[in-house]
Design a protein around this ligand. Structure first.
Ligand SMILES: NC(=O)c1ccc[n+]([C@@H]2O[C@H](COP(=O)([O-])OP(=O)(O)OC[C@H]3O[C@@H](n4cnc5c(N)ncnc54)[C@H](OP(=O)(O)O)[C@@H]3O)[C@@H](O)[C@H]2O)c1
Length: 375
């Protein structure tokens, strides 16, 4: 295995491969981050090209897609993304030349290259010529575990395939201390052949679930889950800011928030069912009532000296629901008001026995039992 990127997550990934007996080569832009891994048996490559050349499977886990592109020499925003089509419907009219034009990117190859090519710990090292790096991908499997959008994943998959590489995209639904434990879940999509060939190796990271051939599907699930998570975290921040405005210790109030959120979570399956059936009529708490009550959340924030910027969009959405004559409906009616894409409902072409339809929720574990301070 090769692991590119030795931030908190990359280190955890490389460590898990080592723990499972996989010879592992690592590389990081800034030198000096692989020490602990080399002590455990990893080989630290001097350049990204050397790291890629070392293994048939190259795992990339860096900050974002700009970083991925920089490491691999893939086109930047004005290269690939300008010729974008509708998400999920790749435009086959694009020529390999268009896709491969590195100069279309906003970054200059080698900008991070040290003048003398040397790498000193704590300083960014050479990227050794991006064209050379991308040329090494042929015949290898690129597993990109960097967080990104479905569109970015699909573009990179296409770019990798143009270079003869198999591509798997992954969303890591875990924090670094969970990697390699049964509590970690990695959602993958992309090349079915690559997944079949490397599922065993990737399972060193934890539970690995394959969501099908569309390279963007794993990112869609990842981003959807994170969207739900940030909604919850935003609500928690607001709640603690409110109680904190009267100097109630957060630790005192939080157990009640946890119990409340757990109780509220039980209503989600019914809302999902209502959304799928497009029938939002079964409600004990209609939107009109909720829109009225929500005004009090905003007013309390103002009265207590707590900013309401996290809550305002939800209030506006409730008002839009009422204005759209959905005041008698359930909260689930608001989902359609969020959409700018007219497609709605389950894709009728999806086979009911498709094993990639659903991820087993039991694979999601709670992070609380992991030592989050150890990274
Ligand atoms: N940590 C988590 O809890 C978590 C959970 C799930 C998913 N993820 C995802 O995992 C990925 C990595 O996260 P992390 O926690 O490892 O982040 P991190 O600790 O901040 O590390 C970032 C990594 O990206 C590299 N990098 C940044 N810009 C680069 C560039 N232009 N060229 C080359 N390398 C570059 C950094 O290299 P230098 O050392 O040279 O700066 C470093 O190796 C992210 O996409 C993140 O969203 C993280």
């Amino acid at each position: 295995m090769t692991v590119i990127g030795l931030g908190a997550m990359g280190k955890a990934l490389a460590g898990a491969f080592l723990d499972n007996g996989h010879p592992t080569t690592v590389w990081n832009r800034t030198a000096g981050r692989g020490g602990e891994l080399t002590a455990r048996g990893a080989t630290e490559a001097a350049t990204a090209a050397e790291a890629i050349a070392a293994s048939p499977v190259v795992v990339v886990c860096v900050l974002d897609y700009d970083a991925v592109r920089e490491v691999l020499g893939a086109p930047g925003p004005s290269g690939l993304e300008d010729v974008l089509d509708t998400p999920g419907t790749p435009d086959d009219s694009r020529t390999p030349d268009t896709l491969g034009t590195f100069d279309g990117g906003s970054r200059t190859p080698g900008t991070l290259e040290a003048p003398d090519g040397s790498r000193t710990p704590g300083t960014p090292g050479p990227l050794d010529g991006s064209r050379a790096v991308s040329g090494l991908l042929a015949g290898r499997t690129l597993v990109n575990l960097t967080n990104g959008t479905p569109r970015q994943a699909r573009e990179l998959a296409r770019w990798a395939s143009e270079r003869g590489a198999d591509y798997l995209d992954g969303g890591i639904m875990a924090v670094p201390p969970m990697i390699g434990t049964p509590g970690s879940l990695v959602l993958c999509s992309g090349s079915p052949e690559a997944f079949t060939a490397h599922e065993g190796t990737l399972s060193a990271l934890g539970a690995v679930d394959y969501l099908g051939e569309d390279a963007g599907r794993a990112a869609l699930y990842d981003i959807a889950l994170l969207s739900a998570m940030y909604g919850m975290f935003g609500g928690f921040l607001q709640a603690v800011a409110l109680t904190g405005s009267e100097r109630i210790p957060a630790t005192e109030f939080t157990p009640l928030v946890v119990a409340w959120l757990n109780a509220m979570l039980t209503s989600l399956p019914a809302m999902a069912k209502a959304y799928d059936a497009n029938d939002h009529s079964a409600t004990a708490s209609n939107l009109g009532m909720q829109a009225k009550g929500f005004v009090n959340l905003l007013e309390t924030g103002r009265d207590q000296g707590v900013r309401t910027e996290l809550l305002e969009p939800m209030g506006a959405l409730l008002d839009r629901g009422v204005a759209a004559n959905r005041g008698g409906d359930d909260l689930s009616a608001l989902i359609d008001l969020l959409r700018t894409n007219p497609a709605r409902g389950a894709d009728p072409t999806r086979a009911t026995d498709d094993p990639t339809r659903a991820v087993d929720p039991a694979k999601v574990t709670d992070a609380a039992s992991y030592d989050l301070g150890s990274e």
